[in-house]
Write a protein that binds this ligand. Structure first.
Ligand code: NAI
Ligand code: MG
Length: 359
């Protein structure tokens, strides 16, 4: 049946890359006979904030709940709205309100993009970071005692619940179980953080019993970050708490080249609420308005959305089209300046849509 997608372009280059994301999704819908309906919204932007004094309308929850997925660009325009207002007033409300407890980021070396890691070729790096997105180290439990005195003491607690940890582990194991390598790595620090992390490890072992086919290992977070750089080929699916996952999910894509290419998903696996798909990058005010932003992060996020909506073939075709266009290089494809070309956002989006139709 018909699937409804809420389109929120946001700020800066979000408004430039989003039309290319929609263009490629429409092309995929044509080729694969999908019925996707797009509805655009102007909230979650500096402009909306300046007009209404808030980032979102009061009924945002009801409005967006009616959609099968949210396709998001980028939010933030520090000269116009302080970043904590734009982020906490929009994206973080979506994540919490829609219980998007999984943050998923593929880390994949793409053809034609020089690897920042010497000697690595496309195919060598291809893994997922699964970050817990709702609890853990980012709790607001804590406070400052004896503030302003020599006796000042500051505390901030880590909060891990059995439900919260088990559900992220289940998602990660299920993902690993579907992939050919069937390998899951857990990020821990049980040698230093002596209460929560040994408990996290025990929940990992427990979940592992339900997935006997998945090879399981664990690394302490310090050596794990080193291994992301030194041996990225060792990883298939990596699962981590909120803080560790935050770090790994920036480091992973950084190891594979430009920030303009990386996608991400904020997923509510129960499908009770819509999940949100967005590029890793922000609104890039430094290049906004020039039509040179790389649209691939937005387009690849669209592929993740197709997969979530049950269209695995269409999703794979979009990723293949991106790879094919990149592989032709800057001489034969209109690559944007960040990846060594002189193409525009629209030219690159059109090239990917055309490749999809041709394949
Ligand atoms: P940014 O990701 O917007 O930009 C970082 C650098 O990468 C800039 O030099 C930019 O030109 C470049 N870049 C980013 N995306 C690109 C693309 N598609 N093509 C070519 N070059 C690209 O991060 P920054 O500058 O720290 O933040 C700018 C604003 O975006 C802030 O308001 C920030 O809060 C917001 N932001 C929003 C995010 C979101 O909506 N999820 C994520 C990250 C930042
Ligand atoms: Mg981060």
């Amino acid at each position: 049946g018909r699937q409804r997608i809420a389109v929120i372009a946001g700020d800066g280059i979000g408004t430039e890359v989003m039309p290319e994301g929609v263009r490629v999704l429409r092309a995929a819908a044509d080729v694969f006979g999908l019925s996707l309906e797009f509805t655009e919204f102007d909230f979650a932007s500096a402009e909306y904030y300046e007009r209404h004094g808030d980032m979102l309308p009061e009924d945002w929850f009801e409005t967006l709940s009616a959609f099968d997925a949210i396709y998001f660009g980028a939010v933030g325009w520090p000269d116009r709205v302080p970043d904590h207002i734009s982020l906490w007033g929009s994206l973080l409300k979506f994540r919490r309100g829609f219980d998007q407890y999984v943050n998923l980021r593929p880390c994949r070396l793409m053809p034609g993009i020089p690897s920042p890691l010497a000697g690595r070729e496309p195919g060598d790096i291809d893994f997922y970071v699964v970050r817990e997105n709702t609890e853990g180290e980012y709790s607001s439990v804590g406070g400052i005692m004896f503030e302003g005195t020599d006796r000042e003491v500051v505390l901030q607690e880590t909060v891990m619940s059995r439900t919260g940890v088990d559900r992220i582990l289940d998602f990660a194991f299920e993902l690993a179980d579907r992939r050919p390598a069937r390998h899951l790595t857990s990020a821990t620090k049980s040698n230093g953080i002596s209460i929560t992390m040994p408990w996290w490890d025990s929940r990992v072992r427990e979940a592992g019993r339900r997935f006997p086919e998945v090879r399981l290992d664990q690394y302490h977070i310090d050596i794990l970050t080193a291994n992301f750089v030194l041996h990225p080929d060792r990883f298939d699916v990596v699962v981590a708490s909120n803080l560790f996952g935050d770090i790994l999910s920036d480091l992973g894509p950084a190891c594979t080249g430009t920030i303009g290419v990386a996608p991400s998903a904020n997923i509510n696996p129960s499908r009770e609420f819509p999940s949100l798909f967005e590029p890793v990058h922000g609104s890039a005010p430094d290049i906004a308005g020039r039509g040179i932003a790389n649209p691939i992060g937005q387009i690849w996020s669209g592929a993740m959305m197709l997969e979530h909506l049950g269209h695995e073939d269409a999703a794979a075709a979009v990723v293949s089209a991106i790879e094919a266009v990149l592989a032709k290089g800057a001489r034969r494809s209109p690559l944007t300046p960040d990846i060594g070309g002189t193409g525009t956002t629209a030219e690159l989006g059109a090239a990917i849509a055309e490749e999809l139709g041709a394949s």
